[in-house]
Write a protein that binds this ligand. Structure first.
Ligand code: ZN
Length: 219
């Protein structure tokens, strides 16, 4: 074999080797038992009772007229939110959904640290749950920027990101065409954690009380 051929064969061999190493890594990531969660959920959600999600120990006790034991888009969202064991960071434009409010209150009573950031204009609207959350002792901040704080995302335990078009309202859940993406991908999660942190600090009411140029925050 000529030297040229040897170089070519070795070259092809090296490319094949690096490709198979990449492929093996990819396969390992896809197939490993605890592989990270990625899920897309579409709305509107089918209407069904969610009592069993709040009280899993007595799943058949509810007698409401809705269908029972049905897994829906909304029940999946609720389960993801209720999976929080240490923290829940919320950044939602509109929060008026009673069941999501109930889920957040349940987490709070379990000792999960909740931080909720909402748009200040929406918070003043009838049906907003932010007053209820604050009364329960949950830390709520209002975005005081001059434009809408139009995000709709939640970070569960700094591990799981829920984001998409869905506001936390009854209409969004039951009537609208909406989407959410639920992911544990660190590359997607990290920028949201950073953005939440930035917005949370920016809307610290203590800062705005000190500043003469800005109106005091409502918190
Ligand atoms: Zn029921």
């Amino acid at each position: 074999m000529s030297v040229m051929w040897t170089v070519r064969v070795v070259g092809v061999g090296l490319v094949a080797l690096s490709l198979s190493v990449e492929l093996l890594g990819w396969l390992r990531r896809r197939l490993r038992p605890g592989r990270i969660l990625n899920e897309v959920i579409f709305f509107p959600s089918e209407m069904a009772c969610v009592e069993h999600i709040f009280a899993p120990s007595s799943p058949y006790s509810c007698v409401c007229p809705l269908s029972h034991g049905v897994e829906t888009s909304f029940s999946r969202l609720l389960r993801h939110i209720l999976s929080a064991s240490s923290s829940l960071d919320l950044c939602v434009f509109a929060f008026s959904n009673m069941n999501l409010s109930r889920a957040v209150l349940a987490l709070h009573s379990r000792g999960v640290t909740i931080r909720a950031l909402v748009d200040k204009d929406y918070a003043a609207i009838n049906g907003s749950q932010t007053g209820v959350l604050r009364k329960a002792g949950i830390c709520v901040r209002y975005d005081v920027g001059s434009v809408y704080m139009h995000h709709k995302f939640a970070i569960v335990d700094g591990r799981l990101l829920v984001t998409g078009s869905l506001n936390w309202t009854l209409n969004a859940v039951q009537s609208n065409l909406e989407n959410i993406m639920v992911t544990e991908e660190p590359e997607l999660l990290q920028p949201f954690i950073k953005e939440f942190h930035r917005l949370w600090l920016r809307n610290n009411p203590a800062l705005h009380l000190r500043s003469k140029d800005q109106k005091p925050g409502k918190n």
